[in-house]
Design a protein around this ligand. Structure first.
Ligand SMILES: Nc1ncnc2c1ncn2[C@@H]1O[C@H](COP(=O)(O)OP(=O)(O)OP(=O)(O)O)[C@@H](O)[C@H]1O
Length: 255
């Protein structure tokens, strides 16, 4: 396993607003994720959670507001190639996000080629090892993997550039309960070992509180409240919408 080589880096979002045509999907959204922190974004479908993650990566066309890294030393701005290397995204549906006609080997080599990194062999081997898959998986296609294995490959692809922040968009929602727990535990282990910061989106409070220390609740593109996982577990919740989400999340318990 690799120890964290760089100090942890966090991220701040100020007054984010994202518009699709006349529709405002996200507005007045501000939050800060401290270096090494695990931060969750929850809300029902369509509340704007994924749009916030995509905005951080610069993937939405009409976006205003500020996104910046926080931590020691000179840090790259969004739009810089170095920012994209430090901030990596893991998508909800690994079947959709992994190229169906590429072997694992090529899937993992691609980001290295884009960023001009030479020691592909060693990095691929290490990334597979870190997500608990042996070298024997290197030449399989996505359809030759289980759902949990596909998600592990998607995580390995995100890790291969040694980022400092992972943006996780419903990383376990396509998996059944036991595999979901395995992948969440793997993510938590990687976060601790690498000193990563996480921003994780989910509609499921049980999943978010398994992994996150603080969270933001969103409804119709706006922040309902910011609270700690402890507050949530102790039902120190102000807003009725958050209370309704708690009721809807069966099996919601603090880890
Ligand atoms: N490219 C786009 N063009 C137009 N509207 C969009 C686009 N992307 C998202 N939206 C709209 O913005 C709103 C927020 O979408 P978003 O995907 O961020 O929600 P979400 O909370 O992540 O939902 P889910 O949990 O279902 O993924 C939705 O009403 C969606 O239809």
């Amino acid at each position: 396993m690799i120890a964290a080589v760089n100090a942890s880096v966090g991220l701040e979002v100020n007054n984010l607003r994202v518009q699709f045509g006349a529709f405002v999907a996200v507005e007045d959204t501000s939050f800060a994720v401290q270096p090494g922190e695990s931060f969750g974004i929850v809300g029902e479908s369509g509340s704007g959670k994924s749009t916030v993650l995509r905005a951080i990566c610069g993937l939405n066309a009409r976006t205003s507001g500020e996104v910046r890294l926080i931590g020691e030393g000179a840090l790259p701005a969004p739009g810089d190639k170095a920012f994209r290397r430090r901030v990596q995204m893991v998508f909800q549906d690994p079947y959709g996000s992994l190229h169906p006609r590429q072997t694992v080997d090529r899937i993992l080599a691609e980001p290295l080629a884009i960023h001009g990194i030479a020691d592909a062999e060693a990095r691929i081997e290490r990334a597979l090892d870190e997500v608990g898959l042996s070298d024997g998986f290197r030449f399989r296609f996505p359809h030759q993997l289980s759902g949990g294995q596909r998600q592990r490959i998607a995580i390995a692809r995100a890790l291969i550039l040694e980022p400092q922040i992972l943006l996780l968009d419903e990383p376990t929602s396509a998996l059944d309960a036991s595999v979901q727990a395995e992948v969440l535990n793997l993510l938590e282990q990687l976060r601790r070992e690498r000193g990563l910061s996480f921003i994780m989106v989910s509609h499921d409070l049980a999943v978010v509180t398994h992994l996150c220390e603080r969270l933001m609740v969103m409804q119709r593109g706006r922040t309902v409240e910011l609270l700690s996982a402890e507050d949530l577990a102790a039902s120190r919740v102000r807003d009725d919408y958050t209370k309704a989400l708690m009721l809807a999340s069966k099996g919601f318990t603090r880890r």
